[in-house]
Design a protein around this ligand. Sequence first.
Ligand SMILES: [Zn+2]
Length: 47
Amino acid sequence: MPYMCTKCGHIVKIEETERLLGVRCPKCNCRILIKVRPPIIKKVDAV
Ligand SMILES: [Zn+2]
């Protein structure tokens, strides 16, 4: 599950073990990361 840094927007891929140890952005050392949801593509029926 990729995470995004709330400070610089860098996408960080975090393994389970890393999550337990504490995660931070490698770019700016910000420790507040949010989960990035994969884009959900909705099918819209064309009329
Ligand atoms: Zn960052």
